[in-house]
Design a protein around this ligand. Sequence first.
Ligand code: ATP
Length: 362
Amino acid sequence: MAQVKLTNLNKKFDGTHAVKDVNLEIRDREFVVLVGPSGCGKTTTLRMVAGLEEISSGDISIDGKVVNNLAPMDRDIAMVFQNYALYPHMTVYDNMAFGLRMRKFERPEIDRRVTHAADVLGIQPLLERRPRQLSGGQRQRVALGRAIVRNPRVFLFDEPLSNLDAALRVQMRVELKRLHERLETTAIYVTHDQVEAMTLGDRVVVMKDGTVQQVGGPLELYDRPANRFVAGFIGSPAMNFIGATLAEANGSLWAEAQGLRVRVPPQKAERLRRHAGQRVVMGLRPETLRPATAADSDYAFDATIDVVEPLGSEILLDVRVGDSPVVARVDPGLRFSARERVRLAFDPARVHFFDATSEAAI
Ligand code: ATP
């Protein structure tokens, strides 16, 4: 049981302002994922929560109590790292029991906790092995086990799956989600992988250059990104961005770019009208594009196909609209070839617009 609150949290290394005024409230039993590109400050934030990194300014509190000056050991937090950090000369059992022995737990209690964690993780048969006799996935389970036996108030995960191969990563991702549902412990998880963030997080915190860009549920970030950075970071293939100018004509608002003139859907036009005459950035997700029919006239544009990527479950069309590259994700039953002209339509309810200067969603 634990709520974690970060208030105006800052970290400055010599010359680098790594974490800038981060404010975040993590609810009891919530699974929150910090995601962002390399160097955005997510690991530093996590390490400050763990007590492994000193805070430059701001507060971290757990259940209403400021823990800024509490040693890592006294914060009742368990951290799982990317590089497992298992003791090579100890058995799996001893690796899991080590922290409890250091904390002077009685032997029967240690045994009960290690057995329980091994059960939860399905590693009972491995308890007498040493780390070098385990696969990567098994080692990661032991590292998780070592955190679970502590029965902490908060779990912290720093890219725990990034040393695993792609298939195992997917499997462990599902296991972690199941584990969290079972353990019901507050968790903060750091990753640069947006798919991992979306599948694991109750809420996802998108970071860039030390600042929080947006906090929200996975679908909220996907459907209503606060700015161009979040829009481009969440979703794969990434959202297409086309620079355009807004113009009023015949009582409607239009977005115009080289080789493209599309209507701004009425539900958005009201808000966007005050940007008439200005440069904006239009955002279209690849999955909202499809070959146009005659009915799509206002919400369609012509494109030239550069590359066709048949992936089996879908086809990715790399096209050019004027001089903008655009990716469309279309039905695998359709047939296309390079250099072909194609007319693409988009779902007007799912088009995004961003201010060309501030990059905020408008
Ligand atoms: P990654 O995914 O690559 O680990 P990250 O988002 O976790 O990236 P951090 O490790 O938190 O990023 O680093 C944030 C910034 O702080 C980076 O610019 C990094 O170079 C800098 N930084 C991190 N640790 C130190 C340190 N001990 N001394 C100086 N600068 C540091």
